[in-house]
Write a protein that binds this ligand. Structure first.
Ligand SMILES: Cc1cc2nc3c(=O)[nH]c(=O)nc-3n(C[C@H](O)[C@H](O)[C@H](O)COP(=O)(O)O)c2cc1C
Length: 179
């Protein structure tokens, strides 16, 4: 698929078929996402693929802040990807001090870029995704995320079972100004 077509036609998918996500395809998606830019090429993003049905059901039931919309999407998806970052590198100097006044928030920036690259690559391979930011803090414990890492977001991934309408987008004149 041509790059601009891929960018425009990617949609957040919240209904999936039962077909599992093939590991070889997932690994190609992660390889593509590894080409995302990152702070001083620190490459701090790490992905955890959750496909165990019992664990996935527990997360949907106990870790979605009572937001049943997200619980339903998680139950539908054959796989959840926990996007985590290694703390203390992105936004930092070698001596451990912050490089800028934005402190360690750059690690969220890198996770965001990598997540979008992941989703675009998944779309290229015919898989649907949705990025999720609404989940309980307890999810880090459920996934046994170590102290040196932070869970940033979840990506539900699978074979799409819906073709959502294209949501409205702002016009270029709303988005862009010149000085
Ligand atoms: C940081 C972030 C958090 C999001 N969290 C959720 C979420 O918790 N649940 C959900 O269904 N969609 C979530 N979304 C998906 C957005 O709702 C979606 O991208 C937006 O409505 C535009 O639709 P599109 O992705 O199909 O273009 C999130 C997207 C981003 C970037």
């Amino acid at each position: 698929m041509e790059a601009l077509e891929n960018i425009r036609t990617r949609r957040s998918i919240r209904k999936f078929t039962d077909e599992p996500v093939d590991h070889a395809t997932l690994e190609k998606i992660v390889e593509a996402a590894s080409w995302s830019p990152s702070w001083k090429n620190t490459q701090i993003v790490r992905y955890i693929a959750i496909e165990d049905p019992a664990l996935k059901a527990k997360i949907a039931k106990d870790c979605t802040t009572g937001f049943t919309y997200n619980a339903g999407t998680m139950e539908s998806a054959p796989m959840l990807i926990a996007v985590t970052v290694i703390k203390g590198r992105c936004g930092f100097e070698k001596d451990g001090s912050y490089t800028t006044s934005r402190k360690d928030t750059w690690q969220m920036f890198d996770a965001g870029i990598a997540s979008q690259t992941f989703c675009l690559a998944a779309h290229e391979y015919g898989l649907g995704t949705v990025i999720m930011g609404i989940f309980d803090d307890t999810l880090s414990d459920v996934l046994e995320i170590p102290d040196d890492r932070e869970l940033v977001n979840i990506i539900c991934i699978g074979h799409p079972a819906e073709e959502p309408e294209m949501p409205k987008r702002k016009s270029v004149s709303d988005l862009l100004s010149y000085k």
